[in-house]
Design a protein around this ligand. Structure first.
Ligand code: PBG
Length: 337
């Protein structure tokens, strides 16, 4: 679009800076808004009582024992954050090649969900990952045989994991494993058990990314991971393929979609939102958080400004919300201003 030839005027009649001259005027012409309602807070669970452990590669983020997770859920609720997502740091002794701890109705995630729901009921949404990596001794999201990630066998286990988590009271199940056909199978398995109202938030376009490193430290899956996840997570070079992945997950029954990582994939986010008009969320992943925090700690950028700008960028690119480790900090700032 050429502004002069399209009849929109030209300098000096047009001065774009006029609307930017005052705070009130900038607010008046602002196209996008960020609110605590847009935020989902991912939390890491550890065993014990009153335990908090810093995650060294994610300054400001701590793994919390269940009692403190319940408190954090209360903080989220008070801040107006609609939902939290919980991830377990499973003890190495509980990791096996069949990932059977995923199906233990008393595993850390299930205990945490029950405790959160007992304390806060329907005042906060609880999202659980469906994937085997926290429980698998080789760190993969699926079962491994002869060095290959098995698809259909994994989907069977994911269906059981989904049911176990739904029974614990989880509101939203978020399959993050990128196996083919899992949304359909999980939906059917949930419905057969009477969980028609448990929502599915699919990690529909999830890339084999270098930005997940700090998360793998946080849940303790990085050290054990053999090889990489390129045979199931998407190639960062691909964009059309994301639309196919998303179309399939919608057809299979996904209620909501995640594009992941976030900032390096804003183009994907925009395409997905434009093509499908579904509730669509960006995951600002651990490595994105770590980069901003590392630079901020060095005094190389203003961390708060970078945080808010990065979150707004997701809204501008079409996201309905963002999973972010910044959720409580950003919500506090939004509530104060
Ligand atoms: C694994 C899972 C990952 C994340 C969420 N679920 C890591 C991976 O796929 O290896 C990453 C989140 C982050 O980096 O913040 N099922």
């Amino acid at each position: 679009m050429s502004t002069s030839s399209s009849g929109l005027g030209a300098f000096p009649n047009v001065r774009m800076r006029r609307n930017r001259a005052h705070s009130w005027s900038r607010r008046l012409v602002r196209e996008n808004a960020l609110s605590p309602n847009d935020l989902i807070w991912p939390l890491f669970i550890i065993d014990g009582e009153s335990q908090r452990q810093a995650v060294s590669s994610m300054p400001g983020v701590e793994r919390l024992s269940i009692d403190l997770i319940v408190k954090a859920a209360g903080d989220a609720k008070a801040l107006g954050i609609p939902a939290i997502a919980v991830f377990p740091n499973t003890a190495p002794a509980d990791k096996t090649p069949d990932a059977k701890e995923a199906l233990n109705a008393d595993n850390m995630v299930c205990r945490a969900v029950r405790a959160i729901k007992d304390a806060h009921g329907d005042d906060i949404g609880v999202i659980c990952d469906v994937a085997l990596d926290p429980y698998n001794s080789d760190g993969h999201d699926g079962l491994v045989r002869d060095g290959k990630i098995l698809n259909d066998e994994t989907v069977d286990v994911l269906c059981q994991q989904a049911i176990v988590q739904a029974r614990a009271g989880c509101d939203v199940l978020a399959p993050s494993d990128m196996m083919d056909g899992r949304i359909k199978s999980i939906r059917e398995a949930l419905d057969a058990e009477g969980f028609q109202n448990v929502q599915l938030m699919s990690y529909a376009a999830k890339y084999a990314s270098g930005f997940y490193g700090p998360f793998r430290d946080a849940v303790g899956s990085g050290g054990v991971l053999t090889g990489d996840k390129k045979t199931y997570q998407m190639d960062p070079a691909n964009s059309d393929e994301a639309l196919r992945e998303v179309a399939l997950d919608i057809a299979e029954g996904a209620d909501m979609l995640i594009v992941k990582p976030g900032m390096p994939y804003l183009d994907i986010l925009r395409r997905v939102k434009d093509a499908f008009a579904m509730p669509t969320y960006a995951y600002q992943v651990s490595g994105e958080y770590a980069m901003i925090e590392a630079a901020a700690q060095n005094g190389w950028l203003n961390g708060e400004a970078a945080m808010m700008e990065s979150l707004m960028a997701f809204k501008r690119a079409g996201a309905d919300g963002v999973l972010s480790y910044y959720a409580p900090r950003a919500a506090r700032l939004l509530n104060d201003t």
